[in-house]
Design a protein around this ligand. Structure first.
Ligand code: IVH
Length: 674
């Protein structure tokens, strides 16, 4: 039996570790069946590290918290050649080697796998094989969760490593391996297919899917999801490097039977680092799993120790993050959406394509001119780009032998696709709009905007509810929300007593939302969050604002003639007047305070980083701004204070470097109250 197990382990390693199987699936399954049969006959000889024992019982009380031997840190990012060059220079200087001695530093380049990091602890009992003792998630970096039962189901994680292999790999009896758990794309697509078939929302990307899977309380399900583990660190029990070179550590991990990503390279020349990054970016689309960059590590453990850490990240490693990501897919159709201001936006309906972390099935085409500029036909193949969390965008039409042109011209509608009213294009503007103020599409969009978190923050008033309220004629304008009754809400689909009460409470709560939020919520053209804030501060009340002349409006920062005109037009419209009076009658307070001219933080610039104990980022920003201060995104010599919370990152380091004063939340509150 043990021989058979060893044989199966070997083939598991060839298959899952090296991606180089020597047996067909059928032959491998036959070996497994044979082992299962033998183990069934002799249950007393079943060992926990048997390949048949990957799926065990459920953890009874969730996952236990476990402290890491040494914090699991994150990496600082660079996104350009210049930034990488700066980093490289810093490394060489800090390592005490001038540019003349460049070749002395050697780096190891690895792919930055887009999954979740994991620490695996191995130990041996009687000086024989080493066994997987524990698998721990990163957690907050200091304390993670014990997910051993789930990790055991990952076939590229060895459950045991024979004494001979340990010796060959020069591994001690107890050690820790750190690496990344990823969900391969095939597994991800399959999982989403199943989720959709079961009426569940699909996972947005493989990283989220992997993270969710590893925290599932059902090892059975985890086993089906086919996660993978790639090892990239070999540490002692106390978290020290086991090898003097990172490249040796990776080779030892291969020898011991771990899956180590084959795309790795020891590099001395800066130009070759760049070449590695460029190649990675090219290969990225064909890998079958997601990467979001390249990790560059100083090879020598001794130099690593000399370089040390900056709070949250090592100085001896950096992540080169890829930027905008693109994919090619087909335009199946072009639909026209009606926004809350009545603006018609053409949207390309795409054959779903996986781009940079999410499945993209729609991309904005902005306006009719843009379609002309692209020369886009329905049926064309297009290049779609996504950068950060920006909405996917069609960049160009692709045409080659694999991508023939489409054949259907798109005709921009002459009537609103939702309410059928004639559409209008103002002279000098590119957009067509539906000017029917009662257009249901406009209403839906304005209600959704009104209730959004950054606006009136009415939790629970999502698309499903809004659509029903409108369709049943219970709500015809924003103001009607405030007269909705429990009875009405209960008559909607999928709304029970609890949900209805919660929603009513949320609606009621929103009555005291400050004036700036209400103004933002009204959907006045060109009045976004910031302008609404400035208007509220300047005028201090709804009435003062409504009475303001064009000149008075233009005195407000960021309000030019065009914006002032739009605001005036909005308030001059009888319908809008009526809306505001209805809101007032419903009990909205429109509270605002006129900005105090000399406030305590006037002229001071703050940078926020990390998670504060009580205040959200937005609240802290609002408080600072209300006191006359400014909040900036990056630390410079001009920054007066950095407000740092838990998990503060590179901004905190930068503050220390530049000698900028650092406050915690309590310190900030003190300043605000002084
Ligand atoms: S080294 C202290 N190597 O990227 C060193 N990390 O932002 C930190 N990751 O939390 C980790 N591939 O989850 C390292 N080859 C690789 C990696 C990698 C992916 C992830 C890891 C880490 C994050 C750092």
């Amino acid at each position: 039996m043990e021989k058979l197990r060893e044989k199966i382990r070997h083939h598991e390693y060839l298959y899952y570790g090296l991606d180089a199987p020597e047996l067909s699936d059928a032959n491998f399954d036959a070996l497994m069946r044979e082992l299962k049969a033998l183990e069934a006959e002799h249950p007393e000889l079943v060992r926990p590290d048997s390949p048949t024992q990957r799926v065990g019982g459920k953890p009874k009380e969730g996952f236990a918290k476990v402290a890491h031997s040494r914090p699991m840190l994150s990496l600082d990012n660079v996104t350009s050649e210049e930034e990488l060059r700066d980093w490289d220079r810093r490394v060489r200087t800090l390592a005490g080697e001038g540019a003349h001695n460049e070749s002395k530093i050697s780096y190891v380049c690895e792919y930055k796998l887009d999954g979740l990091s994991m620490a695996l602890h191995y130990g041996s009992e009687e000086g024989s094989s080493a066994y997987l003792v524990r698998g721990v998630t990163r957690g907050d970096g200091t304390i993670g969760e014990d997910v051993t039962g789930n990790v055991r189901t990952i076939r590229s994680v060895p459950l045991s490593i024979s004494h001979a292999k340990l010796a060959e790999a020069k591994l001690p009896p107890a050690f820790e391996v750190r690496g990344e758990v990823v969900m391969p794309l095939t597994a991800f697509l399959k999982m989403n297919e199943q989720r959709e078939a079961a009426g569940l929302a699909p996972a947005v990307n493989p990283r989220n899917a992997a993270a969710g899977t590893i925290r599932t309380l059902e090892p059975n399900i985890v086993a089906q999801r086919r996660l993978d583990f790639y090892a990239y660190f070999a540490l002692t029990e106390t978290g020290e490097n086991l090898f003097e070179e990172q490249s040796d550590a990776l080779e030892a991990l291969v020898t011991a039977g771990f899956r180590v990503n084959p795309h790795r390279e020891a590099i001395r020349d800066f130009d070759k680092l760049i070449a590695f990054v460029n190649r990675a970016e090219e290969k990225r689309v064909d890998l079958g799993y997601e990467i979001d960059g390249v990790v560059i590590k100083v090879d020598s453990a001794e130099v690593q120790r000399r370089l040390g850490y900056t709070g949250k990240a090592p100085r001896w490693a950096v992540a080169y993050k890829f930027t905008a990501r693109a994919g090619i897919t087909k335009v199946e159709d072009i639909k026209v959406q009606v926004g809350r201001t009545g603006k018609l936006t053409p949207v390309a309906v795409l054959t779903p394509v996986f781009i940079g972390g999410t499945t993209v099935s729609r991309a904005t085409l902005h306006n009719a001119d843009e379609i002309d500029r692209l020369g886009l036909l329905i049926g064309d193949y297009v290049k779609v780009e996504r950068g950060g969390d920006v909405i996917p965008k069609v960049v160009e039409v692709v045409e080659d032998k694999d991508h023939p042109r489409g054949d259907k011209t798109f005709e921009f509608p002459t009537h609103c696709p939702v309410c059928g009213s004639e559409i209008v294009k103002t002279e000098g503007e590119v957009d067509y709009r539906c000017v029917n103020a009662d257009c249901p599409a406009r209403l839906i969009e304005s209600l959704l905007h009104f209730s959004a978190r950054k606006v009136m923050n009415i939790d629970g008033l999502g698309e499903a509810v809004v659509e029903q309220l409108l369709n049943r004629g219970m709500v015809k304008s924003i103001a009607d929300l405030y007269s909705s009754t429990q009875e009405q809400l209960l008559s909607l689909e999928r709304i029970g007593q609890k949900t209805a009460d919660a929603l009513l409470a949320e609606i009621k709560k929103s009555k005291s939302a400050p004036l700036n939020r209400v103004l933002f919520g009204l959907g006045i053209r060109f009045v976004g969050e910031k302008t609404a804030q400035l208007l509220a501060e300047e005028f201090g009340s709804m009435d003062a604002l409504m009475a303001a002349s064009l000149e008075e409006l233009e005195r407000v920062n960021e309000v030019g003639p065009r914006v002032a005109q739009a605001i005036r037009e909005f308030f001059d419209e009888a319908q809008n007047h009526e809306l505001i009076e209805k809101l007032r009658a419903a009990g909205l307070t429109f509270t605002a305070e006129k900005r105090k001219k000399s406030s305590q933080l006037e002229g001071m610039t703050f940078v926020l980083t990390g998670t504060l104990p009580n205040l959200s980022r937005e609240d802290a920003k609002a408080k600072i701004e209300a006191a006359g201060g400014r909040v900036s995104g990056s630390v410079s010599k001009k920054t007066h204070y950095v407000v740092a919370g838990e998990e503060a990152g590179s901004k905190l380091d930068k503050a220390r470097e530049l000698g900028v004063k650092v406050l915690d939340e309590a310190g900030l509150e003190e300043m605000l109250n002084s």
